[in-house]
Ligand binder design. Structure first.
Ligand code: 5AD
Ligand code: FES
Length: 359
């Protein structure tokens, strides 16, 4: 199929592209045409609106040891913290008062009854105070189905768990042997069974990753019937096995950002009606990275509402933005950024995935 027709075919109907066509989209020579086509689909499916989630990074203690992640268990250079339940509930209230309409609770991955019960109690309190119209998304890693069920019953209704890559062999190269791709995939299925809106995503620009891998990632989102996508560029962290001695600057950083944007556009063009986040990692590579994510087809941003004194200790990658900003500053800044591209923040709304609503 000739060039222009793949863009047209993608825009005309969802989920019709072959792996080869997806790869062609990701490599599309005319960047502007790719982003415009994806943005047109976003406008048609969702309108000129951006959903907001207040992000609470409530702890950086982690049981996992992913080779790319700055808060991996083996990184001794991290000052570990856990916010108290009162602090987390207060941060969620800040998100609600700011008009964000929903909150994302994220932390390092912790299992065990004490941690599970802690999160359950926090969700219960936020839900009781904020009510049904306030969205609660969790991003707390791989857990048992029973745990997912408890958190759902406590009031959470969306869950983010990135598969990181749909290629099990590549996954194995990025994680210690104790981490299992299949267990992660099965967690996504358990979340679906529990009735969550399910979010996943990948990192783009990983060492050894090919365009075919990225095309397969988008096929994976479709095959698992995913409701929400959060993806971003891989950014090396110096205190990790994968990132030590690697720096991402100049042209390489530009290319890495561009690949992240290409993935957003190709995903929007294939899936049409899912929520797609303009990940914070985009802004780590360029000041206007998130706005560019929105113009490439994303419709969600996650302004940070974590207490400022903890933000610097939650660095999964280098160059994380907003580390020193207080939450109220981010609110104005985000709104301005969104309006600068002719879109409107969707205040005080849960912003559920249209794909999930149809199902
Ligand atoms: N660069 C970019 N993203 C990263 N994440 C973890 N480490 C990095 C990194 N070095 C992402 C992973 C994880 C999410 C919470 O952060 O995709 O799922
Ligand atoms: Fe935090 Fe701009 S979004 S300062």
């Amino acid at each position: 199929m000739s060039g222009a027709t793949i863009l047209e075919k993608a825009a005309a109907a969802p989920r019709t592209l072959t792996r080869g066509e997806l790869a062609a989209l990701i490599d599309w020579p005319d960047l502007d045409a790719l982003f415009k086509a994806a943005y047109a689909v976003k406008l048609r499916e969702i309108g000129p609106r951006v959903s907001l989630r207040g992000l609470v990074e409530f702890g950086n203690v982690c049981e996992k040891d992913c080779l790319y992640c700055g808060i991996r268990k083996s990184n001794a250079n991290v000052r570990r913290y856990r916010m108290t339940a009162d602090e987390i509930v207060a941060a969620a209230k800040r998100a609600k008062d700011a008009g964000y309409g929903s909150v994302v609770l994220q932390s390092g991955e912790l299992t065990g009854e004490a941690n599970v019960a802690f999160a359950e109690e926090v969700v219960r309190r936020i839900h009781a105070e904020a009510g049904n119209e306030f969205g609660i998304t969790l991003s707390l890693g791989e857990q048992t189905e029973e745990t997912y069920r408890r958190w759902k019953e406590a009031g959470a209704h969306r869950y983010l768990l990135r598969i990181e890559t749909s290629n099990p062999d590549l996954y194995a190269k990025l994680h210690p042997a104790s981490h299992s791709w299949k267990a992660r995939r099965d967690s996504l299925r358990a979340l679906r069974r529990c009735g969550y809106q399910v979010g996943t995503g990948i990192m783009s620009g990983l060492p050894g990753q090919t365009t075919d891998d990225l095309a397969a990632d988008i096929e994976f989102f479709a095959a698992e019937d995913i409701d929400m996508i959060g993806m971003g560029p891989y950014i090396p962290h110096p205190d990790t096995p994968l990132g030590a001695g690697v720096s991402l600057t100049g042209d390489a950083a530009k290319k890495r950002l561009e690949l992240g944007l290409r993935m957003i556009a190709a995903t929007r063009l294939h899936l049409h009606d899912v929520n797609i986040a303009a990940a914070t990692a985009l802004q780590a590579l360029a000041e206007d990275g998130r706005e560019r994510g929105l113009l490439a087809g994303a419709n969600v941003v996650m302004p940070n509402v974590t207490d400022t004194r903890y933000r610097a200790d939650y660095q999964l990658y280098t160059g994380k933005p907003c580390i020193g900003e207080a939450s109220d500053l981010c609110r104005g800044c985000m709104a301005r950024r969104i309006k600068s591209i002719g879109e409107e923040p969707l205040w005080n709304a849960r912003g559920d995935s249209p794909h999930w609503r149809k199902r």
